[in-house]
Design a protein around this ligand. Structure first.
Ligand SMILES: Cc1cc2nc3c(=O)[nH]c(=O)nc-3n(C[C@H](O)[C@H](O)[C@H](O)COP(=O)(O)OP(=O)(O)OC[C@H]3O[C@@H](n4cnc5c(N)ncnc54)[C@H](O)[C@@H]3O)c2cc1C
Length: 446
């Protein structure tokens, strides 16, 4: 039951999504003095970037460069973070947009929680950790991850046994088993959609055997395996904990394929596969690493050099199309690949310990169900004005980052800055119009 305590408030801007794009837009607007609310459906801001190991092309530690931005947003006097919050509707009107959101029940009083995690240590119910791609486990009450922002515990009612261990452990009486979700309404002059992406199913191509063999993994799983603070602290293959000696990357495994509804290129897969291959060769220096690709798209600043460096490091690049992957001897994998370069038209079978599938990037959120924002044929938010690529079909609603299409971090940040700029321009035009209307009205009265 949703309690109807309708809290209403006004903001200059509402940003949907607390990933790197949403945070950049929020900071850019807040620095100009605008009041901003960031609505994030997860318990922490940070988006996909906070779960990556290192980022191409610089190989900077992802959390080292994301955490300061998260922290800057959390401490900015003009930014309010609404985490664990879903957007219910966006209704444009003559005086701005009405955004209705639901604050999901965390069953923890956020004002009282001090993030000490004593509840988490006391809890003895565990379930697979989404942040670790299911490789680790998490307690039924926990802080989302080590450097989560805010550092507040969330109790997952689906797994909680209501045993009371957390209640007894909490030093501030913050646990509220009977907390209900509540709806809030935000009146905002502008909205920026920065809801990012998700990957299509690992099993979307049954011929790659991901449903049958745990060692066919997602690139996000490999990000966690490579992260220094990841589930195992080193790279082990999921089925039996063996250190893999031969790892393959299969590119375009969920993109550039009409038959699965993703005809477009996901743009980031070539580069992150090269990055992951380089990181793997650092942590497993004797392993054989092969990237099966159709063509390498290394289009950004410094990316071609990054690709050449990977080749020089001994990463094996095979140009060809993988037709299927079979399990052999239970845990190993046999990759069937048709070469498209010398020796051409030759089909080979190669055995590997672990295979990483480059899944396609698809939108995380479709706003059309409850807002007039138009969606393009690829499912991402449409940007009809090619000279103003952050604007949508609705005046005052802008888009940034991967919500508008597959994009890497550099491009997401640049676009987020542009969206904030457009939004700021829109806000100052509105303020100017309001001022002119008031002056005209006063003159008429006088
Ligand atoms: C395996 C992998 C490795 C990568 N490595 C790199 C790399 O090394 N370098 C690089 O440049 N790029 C890399 N990328 C790409 C990078 O992850 C993206 O460019 C970046 O995350 C896009 O940021 P974003 O803020 O647009 O979206 P996201 O990171 O997806 O953030 C969107 C946020 O919006 C929230 N959200 C969604 N819907 C709603 C809703 N309805 N209400 C409230 N909140 C919502 C989500 O919970 C999320 O927090 C990689 C991608 C993958 C898949």
């Amino acid at each position: 039951m949703i309690a109807t305590a309708d809290n209403e408030r006004h903001k200059d801007a509402v940003i949907i999504g607390g990933g790197i794009a949403g945070l950049q837009s929020a900071l850019d607007l807040a620095d100009q003095g605008y009041k901003v609310a960031v609505v994030e459906r997860q318990a922490s801001i940070g988006g996909r970037m906070i779960s990556l190991s290192k980022v191409y092309p610089t190989l900077d530690c992802a959390s080292c460069i994301t955490t300061p931005k998260m922290s800057a947003a959390a401490h900015h006097e003009n930014i309010e973070l609404l985490t664990y919050t879903e957007v219910d509707s966006i209704t444009p009107g003559p005086n701005g947009h009405t955004v209705v959101v639901t604050r999901k029940a965390t069953h923890v009083n956020a004002d009282k929680c001090i993030g000490c995690r004593l509840c988490e240590y006391a809890c003895d119910t565990e379930y697979p950790d989404d942040f670790e791609q299911g490789l680790g486990s998490v307690r039924a009450i926990s802080v989302a991850f080590t450097n989560a922002i805010p550092q507040k515990a969330v109790l997952d009612a689906d797994y909680c046994l209501a045993c009371g261990l957390c209640l007894r452990a909490c030093p501030t009486d913050a646990i509220e088993f009977d907390q209900q979700p509540r709806q809030e309404t935000i009146h905002a002059d502008v909205v920026i959609v920065a809801s990012g992406f998700q990957l299509n199913a690992l099993t979307i191509k049954p011929q790659y055997s991901a449903a049958q063999n745990q060692n066919v993994i997602s690139p996000l799983t490999l990000e966690r395996l490579l992260a220094p603070h990841g589930p195992y602290g080193r790279v082990l293959r999921p089925s039996d904990g063996k250190i893999p000696e031969s790892i393959a990357f299969v590119q375009c495994a969920g993109s550039r394929d009409q038959s699965i509804g993703v005809p477009y290129c996901s743009r980031v897969c070539c580069m992150y596969a090269i990055k992951q291959a380089m990181l793997l060769s650092g942590s497993l220096p004797t392993a054989d690493i092969t990237i099966y690709y159709m063509d390498i798209r290394a289009f950004g600043k410094g990316y071609e050099q990054f690709y050449q460096n990977a080749k020089a490091m001994g990463i094996n690049f095979v140009r060809g199309k993988v037709s299927k992957i079979d399990s052999v001897d239970k845990d190993d994998l046999l990759v069937h690949v048709e070469y498209t370069e010398e020796p051409q038209d030759c089909v080979r079978k190669q055995r590997h310990d672990m295979v990483v599938l480059a899944q396609g990037m698809i939108p995380q959120w479709n706003p059309t169900s409850f807002s007039p924002v138009q969606i393009g044929s690829d499912g991402f938010v449409a940007t009809p004005d090619s000279v103003s690529p952050c604007t949508t079909n609705v005046p005052g609603i802008f888009v940034a980052g991967a919500a508008a299409g597959p994009k890497d971090i550099v491009d997401s940040i640049a676009e987020a800055g542009a969206a904030a700029m457009e939004a700021g321009r829109y806000l100052s035009k509105r303020a100017h119009l309001d001022h002119t209307a008031r002056t005209v009205a006063l003159e008429l009265i006088a």
